[in-house]
Design a protein around this ligand. Sequence first.
Ligand code: UD1
Length: 399
Amino acid sequence: MAKPIKVILVAGARPNFMKVAPLLHCIARHNQQAMNGTPRIEPFLVHTGQHYDEKMSDVFFAELGIPAPDVNLGVGSGSHAVQTANIMTRFEPVCEREKPDWVLVVGDVNSTMACTLVASKMHIRVVHVEAGLRSFDRNMPEEINRLVTDSLANLLLTPSPDADENLAREGVPSSRIQLVGNIMIDSLLANLDKVDQSTILSRLNLQKRRFIYVTLHRPSNVDTKESLTLIMRAFADISCKMPVVFPMHPRTRARLAEFGIEIGKSNIAILDPVGYHDSLALTQSARCVVTDSGGLQEESTFFRTPCLTLRPNTERPITITVGSNRLIKVNEVFEQLDAVLAGSETLGTVPPLWDGKTSERIVESLLKYEDAPVSVGNGTTVSPVQTGSRVPATQSVQR
Ligand code: UD1
């Protein structure tokens, strides 16, 4: 019997859960079929607790059929330094105890970067799913997380060719990069039946293509009174023409209250954060999506729903080049939405490898790389460290 490969999967914040779910399901299928010569994969799920509210976390575990995490680090909110440090100090003993062959991280949140740093310093190999995306905007905390994670991870699994190009430009050897496709679409396709069963439209008395779906939570949009006031005024104005549905992230709701912004008379439905199936149902049926989320840009591209992204840049340019996404500024929300309502949008196509088979390609990559020496950058290679022979975290190491 081949020795199993132990993988710690890390999830911390809302956009991580739909990325680990298809992987866990695919690993379970792999293990059922694993023949004598093929190693089983032993998953160990760590929830960092970066997101902790029922509506930001538990609901996704239930809807996506994710098993309860093996460990919840319970870090909660804090400044970037505090949150990152808490994740690191609580993740290190888990790695020491579990001695995984790989730590698998997804996306670009603080949990992604923090766990990558810990694992790398313990000489545990890191695989990054959704590697290589770049907004080229270091004002975004996620861009810092992406740069740090990709410079340390041993295996970089990318969603689209632009990501491969970014990594190549940064000098990452091609042996560390593999184009596997978009893991978000695995979850989306696996849940289409449940999306069809969502009752959110009837609950909110909405008609298909007769409402605007809004999600906003980026500090650059919601953390200043001026910006949030402009945005909410534009939604109030456009809601006279078409209803606006705005499930509100806790950060945005807190800022709205803090700045004392009144919506006044309008047709905006401000809701608590909605679950995965309801969010996809809203995305699929909206006349237009307005967002600053990475995931919504992709999901709207898949459904060919026009998307206006309220940001100066995107790390997902493929949603613009082949999809229905457009970048807009805070002071043009009303006119851009008005143009979409008048029929100005392009519908785009679905990019290659957004096919629901990304998790299978990821499992194949893990099996393929398991015995191969993994290059760690600048052409240097290291052989995989044997389970149980890791350098203790407290011991200084030379590379
Ligand atoms: C984080 C990610 C961002 C991702 C977003 C998705 C980083 C740097 N940012 O941003 O990339 O797009 O998640 O939602 O990792 N809060 C709650 N309940 C929760 C979680 C947060 O009330 O369950 C509140 C807290 O007041 C917290 C604030 O929301 O201070 C922001 O949470 P935080 O995790 O720091 O960042 P997000 O804005 O959620």
